[in-house]
Design a protein around this ligand. Structure first.
Ligand SMILES: Cc1ncc(COP(=O)(O)O)c(C=O)c1O
Length: 372
């Protein structure tokens, strides 16, 4: 099996033009290490998957109880009601909204639609890989530009690497695993320029965590009719990761094409919970406040230990350990904490998700011992 470590990454970089790497078919898949998130029966504290630990709220619990009698019904008849609610929240036309089974279903559907005839998907790495792994599985190659020195998407590098084989450009903002946020003007300029040549996918799954007042979604570009697709989710701030519900926004003809390509779609539970979530503003505010407090606790211990980290616009923090991630994972696991996986080529960095404040306290005291 091809391994994808820092040395091979740097070696490939030095031979690639303008910093871009055309990954070999197995590189993306083999970069994913064996699953460390084995079932732990609640013994270990799981801070590895960027979930919201506070769900379900009381309103959600009531909604779950009410679903009972509808469990025998197909959910389709309720999709349009949810699409209307999302459209109202986003202030866009309902024809631009596609409800998906987690945003991952939308990512995969788009990955598939743009790789059926081969070609390349252009992105920066590391980033969230669902679209990329699926596109690669279907038949595309991944052309990857490194993140810039601030661990942000290198938009100029992406523009320089667009070529006749590019089928789609993928941008994640804020980015997972680095938590970085792009300058909105630069992102918009990139979207406008790139979308004259190829469709652009902007993953805005962590959009709800952005604290910058008035930070714009790129959805207005879809309204202008540009070839832009946006992914959002109910898995994070709304705490519905286990239910599988998300949505996409795109201009109506693209939205309709994505809708047709979905494999299973979501279920009645997902639809009803999402409707409840949209009406449950206090849970959303509560989750955001707890996330802020958790991040402050993480920043404090990292500062105390003189550990370099990236300011996060998400519900996780990426920090530089100076040691191989597999060793760090083991050290934290001995302390009862599961941290994030490896993100090549940043093999001496670690991603930690915000859990409950109690869980973060456990991470803080573990950090004291892991970094003596
Ligand atoms: C950037 C990004 N996009 C998409 C997803 C998929 O989330 P979901 O399918 O739960 O909506 C995740 C999950 O962590 C993510 O980090």
């Amino acid at each position: 099996m091809t391994t994808f470590n820092r040395r091979s990454w740097i070696k490939t970089l030095s031979t690639a033009s303008a910093g871009a790497v055309l990954l070999k078919p197995t590189d993306i898949l083999s970069a994913i290490p064996p699953d460390i998130e084995e079932r732990t029966n609640g013994q270990l504290i799981r801070l590895s998957s960027n979930e919201n630990p506070y769900s379900p709220s009381d309103k959600m619990k009531e909604a779950i109880a009410r679903i009972n009698k509808d469990i025998c019904r197909y959910p389709n008849s309720q999709f349009s009601k949810l699409e209307n609610m999302i459209a109202e929240r986003e202030n866009i036309d309902p024809s631009m909204v596609v409800v998906t089974s987690g945003s991952r279903e939308g990512l995969k559907a788009v990955g598939m639609l743009h790789s059926l005839k081969g070609g390349e998907i252009l992105t920066c790495l590391p980033t969230y890989k669902a679209l990329l792994t699926y596109a690669e599985f279907i038949g595309a190659q991944i052309r990857a530009v490194p993140l810039d020195k601030d661990l942000k998407f290198d938009l100029e590098g992406l523009l320089q690497n667009l070529n006749d084989d590019t089928k789609l450009a993928f941008v994640c903002n804020p980015n997972n695993p680095t938590g970085t946020l792009l300058d909105p003007h630069q992102l918009e300029r990139f979207c406008r320029q790139a979308s004259t040549r190829v469709p652009v996918f902007v993953d805005e799954v962590y959009y709800d965590y952005i604290e910058e007042a008035g930070y714009p979604s790129m959805k207005h570009l879809c309204e202008e009719g540009l070839d832009i697709m946006i992914a959002r989710t109910f898995s994070k701030v709304y705490g519905l990761a286990g239910v599988r519900i998300g949505y996409m926004m795109a201009k109506p003809d693209i939205a309709s094409r994505i809708r047709k390509s979905l494999m299973s779609g979501t279920n009645i539970m997902g639809v009803r919970m999402a409707m409840t979530a949209l009406e449950d503003q206090s849970f959303r505010d509560f989750s955001l406040q707890k996330n802020r407090e958790a991040k402050e606790m993480i920043y404090t211990v990292l500062n105390k230990k003189n550990i370099n980290f990236v300011k996060s616009h998400t519900n996780f923090v990426f920090f530089e350990t100076g040691k191989d991630i597999s060793k760090i994972q083991e050290a934290y696991k001995k302390e009862g904490v599961i941290v994030g996986r490896a993100f090549p080529p940043y093999l001496d960095w670690c991603r930690i998700s915000t859990g409950t404040l109690e869980e973060v306290k456990a991470f803080v005291s573990a950090t004291d011992r892991v970094f003596t």
